[in-house]
Design a protein around this ligand. Structure first.
Ligand SMILES: [Mn+2]
Length: 344
């Protein structure tokens, strides 16, 4: 592991404001060892950070320049590279190390009540943030908005309980109120049984990959009929229901970019069709932030995971010149920009 300290911070390529003068602490976690399909999210943080510098500072409807409203301290980017293919045991060990690295960097900002801005990495990187938050805050006080195509409720994946495929389960273990949004209706038996046993069906909002007609004939027990969408967005009523379920003292927003439709975001580890459109995700997040501030919920921060750039030559690392296309990192950067603009 190396902690790279890139120049500048979010939006700004020259200055990095000291943590004491910042409302936010930003960390990149360039780790993709547990990804089961496409790897490349280790370059996600770099790519997203670079793209934030191309986002316009001002947007008409919000008035003030974002960099005048909020100051983001850049903690750096954790970088991990592995030359050889590792065994399952070694992967688990390396994941544990990464989670501890991230936890150690984030625990102080959490103590200082900084708003967290974290860019993964595959979804295993969320474990570090989760551990830092729950060390200081009782899980029962936290609502956790999970945007994802996958439930990730397996006890372990490939023997690794810290894997990207188990993050939902680790959040659950902390006693947190987790609301799953954007999940596709393709669920492992282990997860179906877990949902039934723990009575979670009403907390999961699905996008159907099957025609509505099939569901009219037979609805599985792990789906609540009100919570399924046959389009690329959720209805106003469904959004209201999602908001009502996030009713806790604190809120964390955990964005796995594969909640978006596969065609909306190509640079992700496990792209899944029949997902959310980008504008719907943006609007949903706005509704969540607005609702949280009306209810005086403390928003602890957000992370964006499973996003990666598409490069011409992977050996050369991330640069604009080496990027084959850039909409992926721009979409992730603009989501982060908007979230900060709405929160502050
Ligand atoms: Mn996912």
């Amino acid at each position: 592991m190396a902690l790279a300290k890139p120049r500048g911070t979010f939006l700004d390529e020259t200055k990095n404001p000291p943590i004491g003068e910042s409302q936010c602490a930003m960390l990149g976690i360039g780790f993709d060892l547990t990804a089961s399909f496409g790897k490349g999210t280790r370059l996600g943080p770099q790519a997203i950070l670079a793209a934030t510098r191309q986002v316009e500072f001002e947007s008409g409807a919000t008035g003030k320049r974002l960099d005048k409203k909020v100051s983001v301290h850049n903690l750096g980017i954790l970088e991990y590279g592995y030359k050889k293919k590792l065994s399952e045991k070694q992967v688990e060990k390396e994941t544990r190390k990464m989670v501890n690295d991230a936890y150690r960097l984030l625990r102080k900002p959490v103590e200082q009540k900084k708003f967290l801005v974290v860019f993964g990495g595959d979804h295993s990187t969320t474990n570090g943030t989760l551990n830092a938050l729950t060390e200081k805050i009782d899980g029962k006080k936290i609502a956790w908005l999970r945007l994802d195509a996958h439930l990730d409720l397996r006890q372990a994946l490939e023997g690794n309980p810290l894997s990207h495929g188990s993050i939902g389960r680790r959040v659950f273990d902390k006693g947190i109120r987790q609301v799953f949004v954007g999940i596709r209706d393709q669920i492992s038996t282990e997860e179906q049984e877990f949902i039934a046993k723990n009575n979670l069906a009403d907390d999961v909002f699905y996008f159907a990959t099957q025609p509505q007609e099939l569901y009219d004939e037979r609805l599985p027990a792990w789906i609540n009929k009100e919570n399924i969408s046959f389009t690329d967005h959720f209805t106003g009523q469904q959004v209201q229901k999602i908001l009502s379920k996030l009713d806790r003292e604190c809120l964390f927003i955990n964005i796995d970019i594969d909640a978006l439709d596969a065609n909306e975001f190509h640079g992700t580890g496990t792209p899944v069709p029949f997902g959310m459109n980008y504008r719907a995700l943006n609007d949903l997040l706005y509704a969540v932030i607005k609702n949280a501030s009306e209810k005086e919920t403390t928003i602890l921060g957000f992370d964006i995971v499973e996003a990666f750039p598409i490069l011409r030559d992977w050996k050369k690392g991330y640069s604009f010149e080496n990027a084959a296309v850039t909409p992926n990192e721009m979409k992730a950067a603009l989501l982060a920009y908007n979230l900060l603009n709405w929160v502050f």
